[in-house]
Write a protein that binds this ligand. Structure first.
Ligand SMILES: Cc1cc2nc3c(=O)[nH]c(=O)nc-3n(C[C@H](O)[C@H](O)[C@H](O)COP(=O)(O)OP(=O)(O)OC[C@H]3O[C@@H](n4cnc5c(N)ncnc54)[C@H](O)[C@@H]3O)c2cc1C
Length: 256
């Protein structure tokens, strides 16, 4: 008899990892399916609110690259305003490949099973269970969680109506540097219309990106970010930038 999991989770990002951790910890049988090999890169500034710690009972220390207590705002590279964050816990800067993998590993320690390099291609409700189709054959779960991110197809396959959504365009590049970074996160306004440029430091480099959030997708974000990066002595043209959509809230609406 093939195994019937309590829950099959599609996607091993922070959503899938968190769901897997909490379900496995409560004794549920869980299978996480991830299309990419792990650890996997995800375009992201990697700024994480330390408030997430309240939802877990393990130490995130090994997954945090740097902690910051300062934000530096600029207008077109000039007029800097430096703000000290009056927080009990500083803001975490993480590399998403490390952070997401660490979270999944904690779920595995609680008993969750993981199958990486295993893209899901569809699913079907079979009277009392979900059959989830993968490249390695079907798997079955009493429940299924679609945690496949902004580019995933699960919502469509599950029959959720097409949501009104606002898409932000963003581009991100990770720059490796050998010297330790200063502990401030940088935001620059003015160069990107309806958006901003960021430079989030890591212990061993920068994550520089630009996003536009209320229209303006036709701007050359790559060019704008490259120009900004020069002020940090970084030649962004020599590193590969990645584009990725961000789904933004666009008023309350029925999901189902
Ligand atoms: C450029 C950029 C910068 C950002 N910066 C920040 C930031 O600084 N701080 C912050 O908090 N948020 C940031 N975000 C947002 C953040 O990245 C997302 O909110 C977060 O990744 C969502 O997590 P998730 O687990 O829902 O999805 P994801 O992290 O996208 O994970 C989904 C997973 O599902 C897998 N998957 C997809 N389809 C399938 C399939 N068919 N079968 C199996 N697996 C599949 C994918 O490979 C992926 O691993 C940024 C986003 C972008 C694009």
């Amino acid at each position: 008899m093939p195994q019937l999991y309590d829950c099959v989770i599609v996607g091993a990002g922070p959503a899938g990892g968190s769901a897997a951790y909490h379900l496995a910890k409560r004794g549920r049988s869980v299978l996480v399916l991830e299309k990419d090999p792990l650890p996997r890169y995800k375009p992201c500034g990697g700024g994480v609110s330390p408030m997430v710690a309240a939802w877990f009972d393990f130490d995130f220390g090994p997954a945090i690259s740097l902690k910051i207590r300062q934000i530096r705002y600029t207008w077109r590279g000039g007029d800097p305003v430096v703000v000290d964050l009056d927080l009990k816990e500083p803001v975490w800067m993480v590399r998403r490949d490390v952070f997401d993998h660490y979270l999944i590993q904690q779920a595995q320690k609680q008993g969750a099973a993981l199958q990486a390099e295993c893209p899901v291609s569809g699913l079907e409700w079979q009277s009392d269970r979900w059959q989830v189709m993968t490249t390695a054959g079907p798997v079955w779960g009493r429940y299924v969680i679609g945690a496949d991110g902004a580019k995933g197809s699960m919502a469509k396959w599950l029959g959720f109506q097409e949501r009104r959504r606002r898409l932000a365009a963003a581009l991100e590049a990770e720059v490796p540097l050998s010297q330790p970074q200063t502990a401030a996160a940088h935001f620059d306004f003015g160069a990107v219309s309806n958006g901003y440029i960021w430079n989030f430091p890591k212990a061993d480099g920068y994550s520089i990106g630009a996003g536009t959030f209320r229209g303006g997708e036709k701007q050359n974000l790559r060019e704008i970010a490259a120009q900004y990066a020069q002020s940090f002595g970084v030649d962004l043209k020599s590193v590969k930038p990645f584009g990725h959509p961000i789904c933004l809230w666009d008023e309350d609406q029925p999901l189902h």
